[in-house]
Write a protein that binds this ligand. Sequence first.
Ligand SMILES: [Zn+2]
Length: 333
Amino acid sequence: MSTIAEDLYVWLPPKRGWGLANCGLLTSSRTAAWIDTPYDPTLAGEFLAESRKRLAAGVSVDRVIVTHANGDHLWGAGVLPDAEVIATKEALEHIHYEPTPQQQHALVKGADPASPLGWYLGEHFGQFDWSSTEPVHPTLMFQGELELRVGDHPVHVIGLPPAHTDGDLIVHLPRQRAVFSGDIIFASTEEFPGDHPVHWAGPLQNVIDACGRVLDTGAEIVIPGHGPVLDRAGVRRHIAHLEYVQERAHALHAAGIPALDAARRVIAEGRHPELGLPERLVVTIGSEYRHLDGSEQPAILDVMSQVATVARELEPARIPGRRSADGRPVLPA
Ligand SMILES: [Zn+2]
């Protein structure tokens, strides 16, 4: 865990991948707060042990501010049973969209590894253990904005229109000149390449606008939901990346290309070969198409099945020697 500003620490997981999210700790002489939790009780226990080393005697983590309701930012809250859990009112909707922790555990362990979905879930989620994780229920829900204090530190919590999920928020710490953006930003730098963004709600314009909102706070330090800590230039680079995906999705939609094939095409363009999990473009482009078509959000497992299918198509390309002459992944016809 590293110190990034006065009384502010960030816990970055050791590698990239699904479910490995960044978490924050803000301390004071009287109280402390987490911004997001790790995905499962083992990781949350590690974050808690690291947090306790940085707390003054008699101080505990009394509050958890949840940037959005994906399990990888929320499900670790069970290690702090007495803490207040703060989320937007809209985040409740997303809690109902995802399986519960124990349902997800059964799904990952019970899925047929011969099917694309079973293989994919095992590969990317098999390392986590939610066998005894109860669902987390936020205890303070709000709409709009919320002003809190952790000791003398002002904490400005800003709810957003649907973007990464329904019910995202960002946490602005004016004294630290820092913002926790949650999964509005999936960060990547030359030194620490990250993963492709995945957006469940959208439209992408709302994600881009939310990145603008992060910059509008004047913060110099931006802690993304995943990937390395960014400066303001890093946020601007991320906006350019999102605009590229948005532009391609709109052009392919206008050309009558179905969403899944549009995702395959954008993957094949290989614009960001340094980023992991290119199959997540299936989710992001699918969400964008729904806004263009006015269609309903499909069930999460249907979305993940498509992600798994595309990941499996890309798999041969990940084996050395199976790349096309220009180095792009070889896609099946
Ligand atoms: Zn996340």
